[in-house]
Design a protein around this ligand. Structure first.
Ligand code: HEM
Ligand code: NAG
Ligand code: NAG
Ligand code: NAG
Ligand code: NAG
Length: 322
């Protein structure tokens, strides 16, 4: 009896693990012998792209998030549309993905192909480039798990409803993240990516000009934002999301929230809601605690919907299927 129930327990465990869609096949040493210079090649490209423009930092990190949340971390977001077949890139939520992220992955893939042809997936290159953009802008350096395959499908319609919006409530975000195995602390941790990069005025205009304007927005900050964004929306410029340290991946994001200085409504609510405020306060205080929380969360993000076996392949070029 005891043996049978432990067999059952093992079976349940195996089923539960295999339900994680290949995530358990990931390992930091995956290309250790097949492409030993992989990480230094990618880091070289990210370093150079960051020297060219700070837009590289935010656009690369956001690209990784949008990839993982739609069809899993499988580089499906990178596929270019062809006439009549709009891909994820053409979905409304992707229209504002800055091209620098795609460009960083494209150049990195070329450099990697020259050294290790047909071996390294675009999904893994994007994962490494994201870690490097974070680490090279002052954020934590963490080992990246590797071994993802590139996905075989990318459609604009698959994006609908998968990505959080600046107007999302905390409950809506919790539901979206939970669907990918991420919890409320992970939302607070990953949102700190908004410590770098820019957002279009259209994503927060109502907070500044609405009647009434958003009362949780610091009035001085609101006045500053009015100088940056035309009231009538006649143009839609971009604004740095962290005015204090725009190109540093740090915990300034949380101090901004404490000061009513979150740019998006979805940022500020993390301080306004008493379920997440304690975490905001403790990570505002401690870089070490923030780094631990962030690394745990972004590693979990990298495991979402990983493809293996016949569900994927190694793309030759990241923006077209083989
Ligand atoms: C929690 C819910 C989230 C919401 C509602 C949200 C929403 C947004 C919006 C509206 C923008 C501005 C886009 C634009 O105007 O061009 C943005 C930018 C950005 N987001 Fe998020 N985001 C969320 C989570 C995340 C996560 C988890 C990450 C990555 C770990 C991330 C990384 C970024 C980055 C780096 C930018 C700047 C992009 C750039 O500079 O080009 N976001 N986000
Ligand atoms: C959070 O706020 C709500 C409403 O303001 C209140 O009812 C609740 O008790 C608070 N919860 C905690 C944990 O402070
Ligand atoms: C933040 O640090 C200050 C000063 O060290 C301390 O008094 C406060 O309790 C800390 N707050 C949190 C939430 O950790
Ligand atoms: C959420 O996930 C993090 C790891 O990312 C973990 O440390 C934390 O304990 C989890 N929180 C809850 C409430 O399960
Ligand atoms: C980065 C990128 O290619 N974005 C595309 C998103 O969709 C718009 C609208 O179709 C394209 O113009 C962008 O090029």
């Amino acid at each position: 009896m005891a043996r049978r129930s432990s067999c059952m327990a093992l079976l349940v465990l195996i089923l539960a693990l295999s339900a994680q869609l290949g995530a358990s096949d990931l390992s930091p040493g995956y290309y250790g012998s097949s492409c030993p210079n992989l990480e230094s090649i990618v880091r070289g490209v990210v370093t150079q792209k960051m020297d060219d423009t700070i837009r590289t930092i935010g656009s690369t990190i956001r690209l990784f998030f949008h990839d993982c949340f739609v069809e899993g971390c499988d580089a499906s977001v990178l596929i270019r549309s062809t006439p009549g077949n709009p891909t994820e890139m053409d979905a409304d939520d992707n229209k504002s993905l800055a091209f620098e992220g795609h460009e960083t992955v494209r150049v990195a893939k070329e450099a990697v192909e020259a050294a290790c042809p047909d071996l390294v997936s675009c999904a893994d290159i994007l994962t490494i480039a994201t870690r490097d953009a974070i680490a090279l802008s002052g954020g934590p350096f963490y080992p990246v798990e590797l071994g993802r395959l590139d996905g075989l499908s990318s459609t604009a319609s698959s994006v609908a409803g998968k990505l959080p919006q600046p107007t999302s409530t905390l409950n809506q975000m919790v539901a979206m993240f939970r669907a990918h195995g991420l919890n409320m602390s992970d939302i607070v941790a990953l949102s700190a990516a908004h410590t770098v990069g820019l957002a279009h005025c259209g994503k927060f205009r109502d907070r500044v000009y609405g009647s009434p304007a958003d009362a949780t927005l610091n009035p001085k900050y609101a006045a500053f934002l009015r100088t940056k964004c035309p009231a009538d929306g006649s143009s839609d410029p971009m604004v740095l999301m962290d005015q204090a340290t725009p190109a540093l991946f740090d915990n300034q994001y949380y101090r901004n929230l404490q000061d009513g200085g979150g740019l998006l409504a979805s940022d500020q609510l993390l301080y306004n809601d008493n379920r997440t405020r304690p975490l905001v306060n403790s990570w505002a205080n401690s870089t070490a605690a923030f780094s631990r929380g962030f690394v745990a969360a972004i590693v979990k993000l990298g495991r979402v919907g990983v493809k293996s076996g016949s569900d994927g392949n190694i793309r030759k070029q990241c923006d077209v299927f083989n």
